[in-house]
Design a protein around this ligand. Sequence first.
Ligand code: 5GP
Ligand code: ZN
Length: 137
Amino acid sequence: MKEDCIFCKIAAGEIPAATLYEDDDFRVILDLGPASRGHALILPKEHYADLSEIREETAEKVLPLAKKVSAAMTKALGCAGINLVQNNGEAAGQTVRHFHMHIIPRYVNGPKIVAWEPGSLSDDDKIQIVKAVKAEL
Ligand code: 5GP
Ligand code: ZN
């Protein structure tokens, strides 16, 4: 646990939060500033700043848990879709440096959540990106 980390404190139960689910590894809470009704956060109980730090054993449990909570939300809240969002780094919009995954229920009548504007991919850039990333994998 990291001393000055709010999500460590929430995950440990030291700061109260509306908890949808808890097990040995995770707490799932309602987001205090929800993008939509039911917006939740999966918090690992161990501190990892982001995806680059999370242990593989923990990471591999995140998606099954997101699937379970998403299914429950679909039944309980009647949402028509779900976005999973996971921000890493300030440039990506991460404001709390403790790994978390957003589960955002989406409804037919909104709220509207703005996504990115589609850009374009040139043939040159396509070749360069594939070559550069593949070399690091
Ligand atoms: P990020 O921008 O880092 O991906 O997401 C952080 C999220 O945590 C935001 O959606 C914000 O509303 C939520 N949040 C920040 N502080 C608290 C808190 O103390 N309690 C809860 N439940 N959510 C929080
Ligand atoms: Zn933490």
